[in-house]
Design a protein around this ligand. Structure first.
Ligand code: SAH
Length: 187
């Protein structure tokens, strides 16, 4: 949790997701990482729900399995050590929420980062799978090499969705290096 009144962007994403995802629904964590988003989705979807997660690093998948182990009342969680670009093949339609937290795993290999081309492929799939009223959240990190280009690409993608989509961008002002942004799309 952030110390002051203003939430971190990841917390804000959690708050938005909690407004949409109902018990028994299907949700996707496109970048499992340390499993914080996976855990939230699994709590909200509950025992009758299902969560599908993707991460290219075994380390992230393992850590998240340990994290969820022993927590009661969670949804069925299926984790794939695979790029989120495979989402269309692994996930059926009718998804309530898809969460992305881009960049690299904190404390992990900084060489393994999300790639703009794969991110856009996964976003296209996510949009097609989303139910009416569903939500996609994307936390982008323009501070690292390639991250600025990726954040711009996500924004252009979101704006290009047209009339079916409501698009917002939340960000922090007045930082020295480019600050993270949260882009959210509601169907
Ligand atoms: N930057 C965030 C954490 C992001 S974690 C923060 O500071 O909190 C991003 C995760 O995405 C990493 O665990 C990484 O392994 C994963 N990842 C990278 N490329 C991916 C891909 N193509 N598909 C799925 N996950 C990917």
């Amino acid at each position: 949790m952030s110390k002051g009144a203003l939430p971190r962007l990841t917390e804000l994403a959690h708050w938005l997701v909690a407004r949409v995802l109902r018990a028994g629904e299907l949700a996707v964590d496109a970048t499992v990482g340390n499993g914080q988003d996976t855990e939230l989705l699994a709590r909200l979807a509950g025992p009758a729900g299902r969560v599908v997660g993707f991460d290219v690093q075994e380390e992230a998948i393992e850590e998240t399995r340990c994290r969820l182990d022993g927590i009661g009342g969670l949804a069925e969680v299926e984790l794939h050590r695979e790029s989120h670009a495979a989402m269309a093949e692994r996930v059926p339609a009718g998804v309530a929420v898809v969460m992305f937290n881009l960049g690299y795993l904190p404390g992990g290999h900084h060489a393994v980062i999300t790639e703009t081309r794969e991110t856009l492929a996964a976003l296209d799939a996510a949009w097609r799978l989303l139910r009416a009223g569903g939500l996609i959240t994307v936390v982008c990190y323009p501070g690292h090499a390639g991250g600025g280009e990726e954040a711009r690409a996500v924004e252009e993608w979101a704006v290009g969705l047209g009339a079916d989509a409501q698009v917002v961008r939340y960000g922090i002002l007045g930082t020295k290096s480019p600050a993270p942004v949260l882009i959210a799309v509601e169907r």
